[in-house]
Design a protein around this ligand. Structure first.
Ligand code: PMP
Length: 518
C-alpha cells in the first residue's frame, strides 16, 4: 500500500477530471501554515499559498505544531476516544469552556447546552431535530389546552349550554360529540403537515438530507427536495417580507370556547415554523456580513413567530471575524449557535450546537447519538483550540482583525485602481470576499463562454495557482466572488503575493484578453 496521493480510478474520478481541465488537480503531499506543497516533475516540493484554508477551517493554519503536538500527546496519554454512555466525558470540559466564551460575548448568564456531532452539516441537522422537538412540544402544549377546553365545553353542554350557529354549521347539527370529533379530525390533519423553516436567500447550511433544504442554492437543494422539510427563503435586505411569508403559510387549529352558555369555535395559530437559520456572515452566498439592523429585525421576528433563531457560525465563528462569534459584532442574540470547521483545529472532525437553556429540550440527549459524536480525542483537541484562541488576552482574535484589515486594504486599493473590474470588497477579519463584475457581456468570446459554463472562477483559480502559486476559489453560490480565508499567520509576503495575483487577473479582464490565462 502506498500513502502518497493515488490515481483517481476508484473515487472522485469525475471530479478530478473536471478539475484537471482547469489545472486544479494538483496532488498535495504536505501542508503547513498557510502553505500546501505538491511535487514538481523533478520531485522538488512547490509551495502554494492556501487562501481557501479548508474553506475557513484553519484559524491556526495547516498542521499547526502546537495542535499537532497536542494531538500526539492525547493519543500517547491513551485518551479514551470512545466511552459512550458513561458519566464523565471530555466533551463536558469543552462545553464548559465554550459557555465561558459565548456567555462573555453575548453578555448573558444564560447557560448553553452543547450537542455534539461530527461535521458542520451534521451539527445543522442536530439543530433541525432539536428545533422540531421544540415545535412538537409547542404543538403538544396547544393541544393540551384545546383538549381541556373541549372537556370544559362537554361539561357545559351537559349542563345545558348549546352550540353557536357556526359550531352547529360545521357538523350540520347541534351535536356536541360530532363537533368534538370534527375538531379532532381537522386538527389532526393540520398537525400532520411537515414543518417549515425560515432561512435567508443565498444562505448555506450544509449538504445533508435536511440541511441541504435550508441551503438556498437550487443546484444543491433541488434534486433532494422530496426528502425533507422545506424552507421559505427571505432576501436579507427585505426583512419586512418575513411577516408576509408567515401570513401566507399560516395554519390554525380549532379550539372551543364557552361563553354565556354558548359553545363557539375559535382559531388558534398552529406552530408551522420550526426555526429561522441564518449566518451572521453569509459565506457561500459571497461573503455578506449581516447588518446590526437585520440582527435586531431577525430577533424580533423570531420572538413574534415563537421560533428559535439559529446562528450558523460554522464558517464565521471560532474567531475568524476578529471576535469568537461573528454575530457579536452586530449584536445578534441567537437561541442556538452552531460551530464546526475550525473547532477541531484543522485536525479533528467535530461540530456542536449550543442551545440556550430557555429553549433546551433535554429529551434529545436520549434519542440523538452518533458513534464518534463527542469523542474524547476531538473534544480534548477542540478544548486546546479554544485555549489557544483565548490565550494572551485573545491575541488570536486581534490577529484575525488586524491581518484581515491589512488584506482588505490591499483588495480595496485594487478596487480603486480597477473599478471597471472589481465590483466590491466585503467581509470582516479573515473572512473576505473579492467580487468581480459580471463578465457575461465580455467583448471576449472565450470569457463570455467561460461565464456561460460557470467556468470563469475555475479559470481564474487555475491561473492564480499556476502563475502565482495561490490557491483560491469562488464562494459556492456566488461565482464572481473569490473567498479569502487564510489563517491568522497570514504574512505581509502572502498579502503581497495575492496583491500581485489579483492585479494580474484585473489587468487580463480589463484587457479582455483570455489568451493570457495560463
Ligand atoms: N454551514 C455553513 C455556514 C458552512 O459554511 C458550511 C460549509 N461550507 C456548512 C454549514 C457545512 O459544513 P460541513 O462542510 O462541515 O458539513
Amino acid at each position: 500500500m502506498t500513502s502518497s496521493p493515488g490515481a483517481p480510478e476508484f473515487a472522485d474520478s469525475y471530479l478530478v477530471e473536471v478539475l484537471t481541465e482547469f489545472g486544479l488537480a494538483l496532488k498535495y503531499v504536505r501542508a503547513r501554515g498557510n502553505t500546501l506543497y505538491y511535487l514538481a516533475d523533478d520531485g522538488t516540493e512547490v509551495g502554494v499559498f492556501d487562501a481557501a484554508s479548508g474553506f475557513g477551517s484553519l484559524m491556526f493554519g495547516h498542521n499547526n505544531p502546537e495542535i499537532v503536538e497536542h494531538a500526539k500527546w492525547l493519543l500517547d496519554q491513551q485518551t479514551p476516544v470512545h466511552a459512550q454512555f458513561s458519566g464523565y466525558s471530555f466533551a463536558l470540559n469543552l462545553a464548559a469552556e465554550l459557555n465561558a466564551v459565548i456567555r462573555r460575548e453575548l453578555q448573558t448568564d444564560d447557560k448553553f447546552f452543547a450537542l455534539f456531532g461530527n461535521s458542520g452539516a451534521e451539527a445543522v441537522e442536530i439543530s433541525i431535530k432539536h428545533a422540531e422537538m421544540d415545535r412538537g412540544a409547542r404543538i403538544a402544549e396547544l393541544k393540551a389546552e384545546i383538549d381541556t377546553h373541549v372537556e370544559q365545553a362537554r361539561t357545559a353542554v351537559a349542563d345545558g349550554a348549546r352550540l353557536s350557529a357556526d359550531a352547529a354549521a360545521l357538523v350540520g347539527g347541534a351535536d356536541f360529540d360530532l363537533l368534538a370529533a370534527e375538531v379532532a379530525r381537522r386538527n389532526a390533519q393540520t398537525e400532520a403537515r411537515p414543518p417549515l423553516f425560515l432561512a435567508l436567500e443565498g444562505g448555506f447550511h450544509g449538504k445533508l438530507v435536511s440541511s441541504v433544504q435550508l441551503t438556498h442554492n437550487a443546484e444543491f437543494r433541488g434534486p433532494f427536495k422530496a426528502l425533507a422539510a422545506q424552507a421559505r427563503f427571505i432576501p436579507r435586505d427585505r426583512p419586512e417580507l418575513i411577516a408576509k411569508v408567515v401570513e401566507d403559510e399560516r395554519a390554525t387549529l380549532l379550539d372551543v370556547t364557552v361563553q354565556d352558555g354558548v359553545v363557539d369555535l375559535v382559531e388558534r395559530d398552529f406552530p408551522v415554523f420550526a426555526a429561522f437559520l441564518i449566518e451572521p456572515i453569509m459565506g457561500e452566498a459571497g461573503i455578506f456580513p449581516l447588518s446590526a439592523q437585520l440582527a435586531g429585525a431577525l430577533r424580533e421576528a423570531c420572538d413574534t413567530i415563537g421560533v428559535p433563531l439559529i446562528s450558523d457560525e460554522i464558517q464565521s465563528g471560532m474567531g475568524r471575524s476578529g471576535t469568537f462569534l461573528a454575530g457579536t459584532q452586530i449584536g445578534l442574540k441567537p437561541d442556538y449557535i452552531i460551530l464546526a470547521k475550525a473547532l477541531g483545529g484543522g485536525v479533528a472532525k467535530l461540530g456542536v450546537v449550543l442551545v440556550n437553556e430557555h429553549r433546551y429540550r433535554k429529551d434529545i440527549e436520549l434519542i440523538h447519538t452518533s458513534t464518534y459524536g463527542r469523542d474524547g480525542f476531538s473534544s480534548r483537541l477542540a478544548l486546546k483550540v479554544l485555549q489557544m484562541l483565548e490565550a494572551e488576552d485573545g491575541k488570536a482574535y486581534q490577529l484575525a482583525a488586524e491581518r484581515g484589515a491589512k488584506a482588505k486594504a490591499m483588495m480595496e486599493a485594487i478596487k480603486a485602481d480597477y473599478p471597471d473590474v472589481v465590483r466590491e470588497v466585503r467581509g470582516v477579519g479573515l473572512m473576505l470576499g473579492f467580487e468581480l463584475h459580471d463578465q457575461s457581456n465580455s467583448s471576449s468570446p472565450e470569457i463570455r463562454e467561460a461565464v456561460e459554463h460557470e467556468a470563469l472562477a475555475f479559470i481564474i483559480g487555475g491561473h492564480l495557482l499556476r502563475k502565482h502559486q495561490i490557491r483560491i476559489f469562488s464562494t459556492a453560490s456566488n461565482l464572481e466572488t473569490m473567498r479569502f480565508e487564510p489563517s491568522i499567520y497570514l504574512s505581509d509576503e502572502e498579502i503581497a503575493r495575492v496583491d500581485a495575483g489579483f492585479r494580474d487577473i484585473c489587468q487580463i479582464l480589463r484587457d479582455q484578453d483570455a489568451s493570457r490565462f495560463e
